[in-house]
Design a protein around this ligand. Structure first.
Ligand SMILES: Nc1nc2c(ncn2[C@@H]2O[C@H](COP(=O)(O)OP(=O)(O)OP(=O)(O)O)[C@@H](O)[C@H]2O)c(=O)[nH]1
Ligand SMILES: [Mg+2]
Length: 183
């Protein structure tokens, strides 16, 4: 099948999705849950950038996706910024139990926020299983997303798995649509 006509076709080039967010916000656990269907055995700080290539089922096609799991430690911001080049989509991750992980995002990644190149973004608030420790409401984060023209916002948990797959599939579908308009 011609990938120009069907951007989700198996021969279409790999999608590059970059996951950004504060240190300890839960990026690696989210990706691990998506790829392996369970929580990671041991939490581990990401040093610089890791990546995973996996297939994402979209309708009747497998889309090959390269996920770049970045470090939230600001010491790596320059390296991480370098890896954002050419991304087809972004996961902007915050921790629902830590308000600053959302509030500080805009300033830290100002260059990406302001470029607003139309590259699809999904805002993902993770750790929603921590109901007693919630520090930011769904509604407030949703308003944040609206203000920055981010169409998709999910609350997820890498611990229970809720919404993890749905958020990734939504983003991958958007990336395929967007890539088709660029060809
Ligand atoms: N309760 C709960 N804890 C979580 C969840 N996701 C991650 N955690 C915990 O949060 C901590 C940080 O998770 P990581 O996935 O390593 O965070 P990260 O954003 O990749 O961190 P860096 O790589 O240092 O930037 C770990 O102790 C995880 O076990 C979740 O959905 N629920
Ligand atoms: Mg990590």
């Amino acid at each position: 099948m011609d990938p120009q006509k069907n951007p989700a076709a198996p021969t279409a080039p790999v999608l590059k999705i970059v996951i950004l967010g504060d240190s300890y916000s839960g990026k690696s656990a989210f990706l691990y849950r998506f790829v392996h269907g369970k929580s990671p055995p041991l939490p581990d700080c990401t040093v610089g950038v890791d990546f995973v290539v996996t297939k994402v089922r979209l309708d009747d096609n497998d889309v090959k996706v390269q996920f770049w799991d970045t470090s939230g430690n600001s010491a790596f911001d320059r390296i991480v910024r370098f890896y954002t080049a050419g991304a087809h989509g972004f996961v902007w991750m915050y921790d629902v139990s830590r308000r600053s992980s959302l509030i500080d995002f805009e300033e830290r990644w100002e260059h990406l926020v302001q470029q607003n190149t139309g590259v699809p973004v999904v805002l993902v608030g993770t750790k929603c299983d921590l109901v007693d420790r919630r520090d930011i409401s769904y509604e407030e984060a949703h308003q944040f997303a609206k203000r920055l023209n981010i169409e998709n916002h999910f609350e997820v948990s890498a611990k229970t798995g809720v919404n993890v797959e749905q958020s990734v599939i939504t983003l991958v579908a958007k990336c395929c649509e967007h890539r088709a308009t660029q060809q």
